[in-house]
Design a protein around this ligand. Structure first.
Ligand code: FE2
Length: 200
């Protein structure tokens, strides 16, 4: 389940309906796909593409996406830091960035023209698009692990175009997740402030 965090408003959204309503005006769509029991622990990329074929076909049919592949990033990935450096600075693409998270977590920051900067922490089961031309950047969470299905209209369209004087350094690459949400609820129940920056 994704978590949306809007730093300038000190606000978090963890309810699927609220998240959909918040994201819709920015042209971002969000879905949750079932994950429980669908893949073996040692599932290969081919196993993932086979298991999610019905959903993949639906996405391809709806959006003009022609190819899908699986990216698997973990602490043992060669040149991981260099890879991450490509995407943790504010940038755009000339096609949508469409991702289904199979395992692990990550955090997208979105910087729409007509709204505040906000983050979407994604985890297993979350499907999201970043519309073409929208400024954004991406960070892994502390465990540095994510496995995603990526959808492409044309893989060459996914080259990052960096923004001059991007605002990414002004925002913490913080992931929100279940342990943050439970801590926030406890703090709220105790009448205290909800501190937004609890790493999970
Ligand atoms: Fe991107």
């Amino acid at each position: 389940m994704a978590t949306v965090h809007i730093p300038d408003q000190n606000r978090n959204l963890t309810d699927a309906a609220e998240i959909l309503e918040f994201l819709r005006p920015f042209g971002i769509w969000y879905e949750q796909w079932p994950v429980a029991g669908r893949l073996a622990d040692q599932a290969t990329d081919a196993d993932i593409l086979k298991e999610y074929e019905p959903e993949i076909d639906k996405v391809k049919a709806s959006g003009g996406y022609v190819t899908a592949d699986v990216i698997n990033v973990n602490p043992n990935t060669p040149n991981l830091d260099a890879m991450l450096q490509k995407f943790n600075k504010e940038h755009t693409h000339s096609e949508d960035e469409v991702r289904f998270t199979v395992e692990g977590r990550g955090v997208f920051h979105l910087h729409p023209e007509n709204g505040p900067v906000f983050s979407v922490t994604v985890e297993s089961g979350d499907m999201i698009n970043v519309p073409k031309g929208m400024k954004h950047w991406f960070n892994l969470c502390d465990d540095r692990h994510i496995r995603c299905i990526r959808f492409f209209e044309d893989p060459t369209g996914w080259t990052p175009h960096y923004i001059d004087q991007g605002v990414h350094e002004a925002y913490s690459p913080m992931c929100f997740g279940p342990s943050y949400v439970s801590a926030a609820k406890s703090a709220a129940a105790a009448g205290g402030d909800v501190k937004p920056l609890i790493k999970t």
